[in-house]
Design a protein around this ligand. Structure first.
Ligand code: HEC
Ligand code: HEC
Ligand code: HEC
Ligand code: HEC
Ligand code: HEC
Length: 467
C-alpha cells in the first residue's frame, strides 16, 4: 500500500541535498525531543542540565533541520514544486496513482512531525518562562537577583509572573528584550550591576493585583524588629512599630493610611530628574478631581513624569538585599549565629563590611578576621570553644554571600529599598510646597506609631505578647 508514493518520496529526498540533511537532523532530534517534552509536561523535569541539553541544544538543531527541509522542498531547484520534479512525476507510468500516493505519504509524515513539534514547542516555550531559564541560564548575571528571590516571600512566584504581564504586547516585549539580553550576555557587554528601575520588564500594578488587592489591607500591621547591639553581650533590643497600612478603600471604608496612595479616587504623579528616581522635584495629587501641586522653590528644567504605583514603595518585594546590620540580625534570629560569643556582632560586622574582590576571597578573609580577633582577645575561647567560632564564621559568611556580589559590583546598599524613609521622604519632606504653603506631612505618627525604639525590654512587647 502506498508503495509507489513512498518510493517517490524517498528518491526525491535522496536527490535533494537540503532535504536529505534536513531529514537526518529531524530524524535524530524529533523522537528524543518528543519523549523529553512529554515527560517534562507530565512530571516537570527540574534538572537544568537536561533542560539545557534538550531545549537549548537539540531544539535549535531541530529547527535547523526543519528550515533546511522546507528550503529544499519549496525553494531549491530540485524542490517539490520545481519543473523537474513535476516532469518526473508526470513521466511515471501510473501518473495519477503516484501523484495521489505521494501527496498522501507526504501529508501523513508532515502531520506526525507537526504534532510532535507542537508538543516540543509547547514545552520549550514553558522552559523559557521557567525560573531555571530566567534565574540560572545567565548564571553569573542573575545570581544576585536569584539568590535574593529564593529567600524572599515570593520564592514560589515565577519570575515571569511578575516581570511579564498578560497579552501579546508583553509577549513580544519580553522576547525582544530577552534576545537583547542574550546578546549582551554572550558579548559580555551587560551592565554591572544590572540597572534598576526596569524600563521594559517592570512589573505592572495589575500584576501585583492579581494576587494582592490594594483595597483589602484594612487596618494596622505590627512590625517587630529584633536587633543586636555591638556590645560585649550582643544585647538583644527591639523596635516595635504599628504600621498604619490602611486601605485603598473598600465598600464603605474610605481610603486611608499608607495604601491611600493606591485608592481609585487618588492619582499621584511625580517628576524626577535622576535615573534611579531618588530625586523627586514635583508631586501632583489629584483627589476626587481636585489637583494640588507640591514643588520646590527653584525652577527645575527637564524631568520625567510618572504615575505612582505599588512599585514606587515596594520596589524590592522579592530581590531583597539587606544592610549588613540587618543581615547579621537575621542570622541571630534564625539561631545560626551564636549569641553568647562576646562581641561577635561587632566583629562580624567589621569582617563583612570590608571590601573584597570576590566572594571566594571574602569567605577566606572573613574567617581569618574573626579567628584573629578571638585568638588575640579571647585566647581561652579560641582554644576551648573553636566550634562556636566556626559556627559564627559560617553565619557571617552566609550574611555576606546572600547580599554582596563583587563580580556584579553589588555591595551593601547598592539597591535602595523605597519601603522605608529612603523612599517615603522623597516626597514627604519640607522642600516640596503647594501654592497655599502646605507640605506633604512628615509627622512621626502619620505612617506608623513608634512604640519602642531599640529597647531591651519594651513594655509594649510584654503587653501585646501577654507574657
Ligand atoms: C514578586 C515579583 C517578582 C518576582 C517573582 C521576580 N521579580 Fe525581578 N523584580 C521585581 C521588581 C519589583 C523589580 C524592580 C523593578 C523596578 O524597580 O523597576 C525587579 C527587578 C529585577 C531585575 C533588575 C535588577 C534589580 O535587582 O532591580 C532583575 C534582573 C530581575 N528582577 C530578575 C528576576 C528573576 C531572574 C526572577 C526569578 C528568579 C525575578 N526577577 C522574579 C519583581 C519580581
Ligand atoms: C502569583 C502571586 C503573587 C504575585 C503576582 C505577587 N505576589 Fe506578593 N505575595 C504573594 C504571596 C503568596 C505572599 C505571601 C508569602 C508568605 O506569606 O509566605 C506575598 C507577599 C507579599 C508581601 C508581604 C511580604 C512580607 O514581608 O510579608 C508584599 C509587600 C507583596 N507580596 C508585594 C507584592 C508586589 C509589590 C507585587 C507586584 C510586583 C507582588 N507582591 C506580586 C503572591 C504574589
Ligand atoms: C506609599 C507606599 C506604598 C504603596 C504605593 C503601596 N504600598 Fe503596600 N505597603 C506599604 C507599606 C509601608 C506597608 C507595610 C510594610 C511593612 O512595614 O511591613 C505595605 C504593606 C503591603 C502588604 C503587606 C500587607 C500585610 O498585611 O502584611 C502588601 C501585600 C502590599 N503592601 C501590597 C501592595 C500593592 C499590591 C500595592 C499596589 C496596588 C501597594 N502595596 C502599594 C507601602 C505602600
Ligand atoms: C511620589 C510621592 C510620594 C511618595 C514616594 C510617598 N508619598 Fe505618601 N503621600 C504623598 C502625597 C502627595 C500625600 C497627600 C498629602 C496631602 O494630602 O496633603 C501622601 C499622603 C500620605 C499619607 C496620608 C494618607 C491619608 O490618609 O490621607 C500616608 C499615611 C502616607 N502618605 C504614607 C507614605 C509612606 C509610608 C510612604 C513610603 C513607603 C509614602 N507615603 C511615600 C506622596 C508620596
Ligand atoms: C511618610 C511615612 C513615614 C513618616 C512620616 C515617618 N516614617 Fe518612620 N518608617 C516609615 C516606614 C515605611 C518604615 C519602614 C517599616 C518597615 O521596615 O517595615 C519606617 C521605619 C521607622 C523606624 C524603624 C527603622 C528600623 O529599621 O529600625 C523608625 C525608628 C522610624 N521609622 C522612626 C520615625 C520617626 C522618629 C519619624 C518622625 C520624624 C518617622 N519615622 C516618620 C515611614 C514613615
Amino acid at each position: 500500500m502506498l508503495k509507489e508514493g513512498w518510493l517517490f518520496f524517498k528518491s526525491f529526498i535522496k536527490q535533494n541535498k537540503l532535504c536529505l540533511i534536513g531529514s537526518i537532523l529531524l530524524l535524530v532530534t524529533v523522537p528524543p525531543l518528543t519523549i523529553f517534552a512529554l515527560i517534562d509536561s507530565a512530571y516537570h523535569v527540574e534538572s537544568h542540565v537536561l533542560q539545557q541539553f534538550f531545549y537549548l541544544g537539540l531544539f535549535p538543531l531541530m529547527l535547523l533541520g526543519l528550515a533546511l527541509f522546507c528550503v529544499g522542498i519549496f525553494i531549491s531547484r530540485q524542490g517539490f514544486f520545481s519543473t523537474e520534479t513535476i516532469k518526473e512525476l508526470v513521466q511515471k507510468a501510473d501518473k495519477a496513482k503516484v501523484l495521489k500516493e505521494t501527496a498522501l505519504v507526504t501529508s501523513v509524515i508532515l502531520t506526525v512531525v507537526l504534532i510532535c513539534m507542537g508538543a516540543i514547542v509547547y514545552s520549550a516555550y514553558h522552559y523559557t518562562e521557567s525560573v531555571n531559564f530566567c534565574g540560572k541560564l545567565c548564571h553569573k548575571v542573575m545570581t544576585p537577583e536569584f539568590t535574593a528571590y529564593k529567600h524572599s516571600p515570593h520564592a514560589h512566584v515565577k519570575c515571569v509572573e511578575c516581570h511579564i504581564g498578560p497579552g501579546a504586547s508583553w509577549f513580544v516585549k519580553s522576547k525582544l528584550n530577552g534576545m537583547k539580553e542574550v546578546v549582551e550576555y554572550l558579548t559580555n557587554t551587560y551592565p554591572k550591576p544590572l540597572p534598576t528601575p526596569l524600563h521594559n520588564l517592570r512589573p505592572a500594578r495589575e500584576t501585583c493585583e492579581e494576587c494582592h488587592r490594594p483595597e483589602h489591607f484594612i487596618g494596622y500591621k505590627f512590625v517587630i524588629k529584633e536587633k543586636r547591639e555591638t556590645d560585649e553581650n550582643n544585647s538583644k533590643v527591639y523596635t516595635v512599630l504599628l504600621m498604619k497600612t490602611g486601605t485603598g478603600g473598600m465598600r464603605a471604608q474610605k481610603a486611608h493610611g499608607i495604601h491611600w496612595h493606591v485608592s481609585p479616587d487618588v492619582k499621584i504623579y511625580y517628576k524626577y530628574t535622576d535615573e534611579k528616581r531618588e530625586n523627586i522635584v514635583e508631586v501632583i495629587k489629584v483627589e476626587n478631581g481636585q489637583k494640588t501641586v507640591f514643588k520646590g522653590g527653584e525652577e527645575v528644567g527637564e524631568g520625567h513624569i510618572r504615575e505612582m504605583d505599588c512599585l514606587d514603595c515596594h520596589n524590592r518585594p522579592t530581590h531583597i538585599f539587606h544592610s549588613a546590620e540587618e543581615a547579621l540580625d537575621l542570622q541571630f534570629v534564625s539561631g545560626a549565629m551564636p549569641e553568647d560569643l562576646p562581641f561577635i556582632k561587632k566583629v562580624a560586622l567589621e569582617a563583612i563590611t570590608k571590601e573584597y574582590s570576590s566572594r571566594e576571597e571574602a569567605e577566606i578573609k572573613i574567617a581569618e578576621y574573626i579567628n584573629n580577633y578571638y585568638q588575640n582577645n579571647y585566647p581561652d575561647i579560641f582554644k576551648n570553644d573553636k566550634e562556636k567560632i566556626d559556627k559564627a564564621i559560617k553565619a557571617a559568611r552566609e550574611a555576606y554571600l546572600l547580599n554582596v556580589f563583587p563580580e556584579m559590583n553589588i555591595s551593601w546598599n547598592t539597591y535602595t529599598n523605597f519601603l522605608g524613609h529612603d523612599g517615603c521622604f522623597r516626597c514627604h519632606n519640607e522642600e516640596l510646597e503647594s501654592a497655599d504653603g502646605e507640605v506633604i506631612p512628615q509627622d512621626c505618627s502619620l505612617c506608623h506609631n513608634l512604640l519602642a525604639e531599640e529597647e531591651e525590654n519594651p513594655e509594649i512587647l510584654e503587653t501585646i505578647l501577654g507574657e
